[in-house]
Design a protein around this ligand. Structure first.
Ligand SMILES: CC(C)(COP(=O)(O)OP(=O)(O)OC[C@H]1O[C@@H](n2cnc3c(N)ncnc32)[C@H](O)[C@@H]1OP(=O)(O)O)[C@@H](O)C(=O)NCCC(=O)NCCS
Length: 313
């Protein structure tokens, strides 16, 4: 656990600033010997046990992450092996904070096409490995975590998945990125000395874009289906900043009761925020079978996504 008080000892910051500007109180940090595939595996085990199936019942594994154990092999392969999910195929999906929504959307296409029965979608990120703990403007924001869901065909005629609206806008790519470690700027002594293997962010530009797009993507997806925010039981937004969520919710006209916010306890766990917040919603009795739920996220890329579901669990 990394609290605001802990961060006060590391960088020039304070609890008041972090709470006021972000809504974050504490974040979970993985132990040094824990990597993304380890957390992904734990989350997957829980999802599989909750569904009462065996790992061998999984056909596809999609690991949404920007912090894979290695550039290759894919973290999906590592998770498949740990789970003993023999017969499954899978891949990693990079869409940063929109990763889990893009993963769900992808999973739905496999199931709808009749190509596969069950797709395991995991959102997992060990952000602490790519965060610069000398940069106060980013290190207060992120935490580590993982969550998983299983997408499968509904047993009754009621459709679970209602629709999606996903976008990418590469013109915003420079505002949030990890510059080194890929083919553009391979690791070297110089890249390490210049701290280029860490997250670099233009916070204000990301903030403005996120507030606008979070609202627009929700409004437009709902409108496509002849719905408004009032028809939704809960919105489970990506947890990047409490102010982004509140601004979007305000414009949508959503009540506090419809909102799931747990950023205070986890920070921004990138691809893991949505499954983690969904679990909290279920535990709080705010999301039950048959409820209309809207997932929405904006992230690095830029990536933007929203999924509308009638909850089936
Ligand atoms: C990062 C973020 C919280 C910064 O909040 P902000 O209100 O935009 O703050 P600014 O960047 O304008 O900085 C205001 C001041 O606070 C300072 N500051 C930045 N981080 C600070 C910290 N952790 N503690 C104290 N002061 C801090 C800045 O240096 C600046 O000081 P100055 O006015 O003397 O120059 C905000 O921009 C944000 O949330 N952006 C989006 C991030 C995000 O969602 N990323 C993931 C996308 S999925």
């Amino acid at each position: 656990m990394l609290t605001n008080a802990d961060l006060e000892k590391i960088v020039d910051t304070n609890d008041q600033w972090i709470m006021d500007r972000t809504g974050i109180r504490e974040r979970h940090i993985a132990d040094p010997d824990v990597a993304t595939s380890d957390m992904a595996y734990e989350a997957a085990k829980i999802a599989i046990a909750n569904r009462g199936i065996a790992p061998t019942d999984i056909d596809v594994i999609i690991v949404c992450t920007v912090t894979p154990d290695m550039l290759f092999p894919a973290t999906a392969c590592l998770v498949q092996h740990k789970l003993g999910a023999k017969g499954a195929w899978g891949f990693d999906l990079i869409a940063a904070c929109s990763g889990f929504i893009f993963g769900l959307t992808t999973a739905v296409q496999f199931v709808r096409a009749g190509a596969h029965q069950r797709v395991l979608v995991i959102g997992a990120d060990t952000m602490s490995r790519i965060i610069d703990y000398t940069d106060r403007s980013t290190c207060v924001l992120f935490g580590d975590g993982a969550g998983a869901m299983i997408v499968e065909a509904a047993e009754d005629d009621e459709p679970g998945f209602i629709g999606h609206l996903n976008e990418i806008d590469g013109s915003g790519g420079d505002y949030l990125k990890m510059p080194a470690g890929g083919s553009r700027m391979p690791a070297s002594l110089e890249t390490v000395q210049n701290r280029l293997h860490y997250v670099k962010q233009d916070g204000q530009n990301v903030f403005k874009y996120a507030v606008r797009k979070m609202f627009e993507v929700c409004r437009d997806l709902l409108a496509t289906h002849g719905l408004t925010a009032a028809d939704v039981k809960v919105i489970i937004p990506h947890q990047a900043n409490r102010r982004i969520i509140m601004a979007a919710a305000d414009r949508l006209g959503m009540t506090e009761d419809q909102l799931i916010i747990n950023i205070d306890r986890y920070g921004n766990t990138t691809a893991a925020t949505i499954p983690l917040a969904t679990q909290d919603a279920i535990r709080a009795g705010k999301l039950k079978k048959g409820d209309l739920v809207l997932f929405a996220a904006v992230g690095a890329g830029f990536t933007v996504g929203a999924n509308l579901w009638r909850w089936g669990y």
